[in-house]
Design a protein around this ligand. Sequence first.
Ligand code: SF4
Length: 388
Amino acid sequence: MIGAPPAPPAPSGVYLHFPFCAIRCTYCDFATVAGQDAKIDRYLDLLIREIESFQQDVPSEVDSIFLGGGTPSRMRPEQVARLLEAVSRRFDLKPGCETTIECNPESLDGDKVRGYHQAGVNRLSLGVQSLDDRILKSVGRAHDAAAALEAAAAARRAGIPQLSVDLIAGLPGERLARWDRTLEQVAGLEPDHVSVYLLETDKDTPLARSIRHGRTEVDDDDSLADAYEKTVATLEGAGYELYEISNFAREGRVSRHNVKYWTDVPYAGFGLGAHAYAAGARRANRRDLDGYMDDLDQGIDPLDWADAWDPGRRLEEALVLGLRLREGVDLGALGARYDVDLSRRYAGAWERALAAGILEAAGDRVRLSAEGRLRSNALFSELIGSEE
Ligand code: SF4
């Protein structure tokens, strides 16, 4: 196995985190704060300072920027413009750089979309999550279904080049019949891209704790599998291609930034709790707002944790993340990057997964079958740490 990180296969990406939300949703475990808007101006000044003082070994050529949160659409367009200008001063942005901002319906209107577009944003990711008002209310979302539909329409009218919609399957109270309707309504909006995440119940959130303690009921695994299969059928029927376990896109509308996370490409991360991947090592910023800001104020790196270059671990991650993609993993190409014969090293795991119908193989490439997408966690656990 090689002793230095392999050369990155593509331009890198930049992630910027804006943690401020109107209220905190019960299922959220992101680095966010609510009720602290008085700190926004100082936070943005320090975020720009972090970008300007950036010293990690990420290639300076960048072709994707992602403003995530939190609720970045609580920023005014001129604040977004300041952030993007700071990124453009520090990195070499490629023409047509995919620039995404995450938005919530309650903080979006046409004027704001136009302002973001003028600032350089060309892709908007709208957090819809559900189109059932009871569910939205029960998990603390600050908008209803009508507001979500109106925000999507406003983004379209304002001429944003790409619109993505985020949904969560398996929220408490979601029933398959209602989920069908949500999918059909979302497809009717004709977004370029749809992300459908399954509710994670193993996190340290109020909702996950309530589920674990039996106070809130959610669908069982079979119902979730039905919902997932329904999602794939409905969105594929509406012209979307499933290109990753949770992501669907119209032709040419795959999220360039997200694909970096699954294909071992470096990215820089700035802001509260932001993660980065550079020179084969991962790191994360601290998640407490005042500590993050005080560190930067004092010229200290706001680091929470960092791991060192570990080729074995990176290879396992690249394998598992790559298998999330519809196209799967080219074992020859990935193995060459890490100087490992992956066909031989994991021969037993491949054989078992192929026999179980979890994997499909074509030449040097392996990918999850439709069945495997539902049962991928077991295979992933087997791959991580397995020495055949
Ligand atoms: S709006 Fe998004 S980031 Fe903010 S609390 Fe809700 S889920 Fe978390």
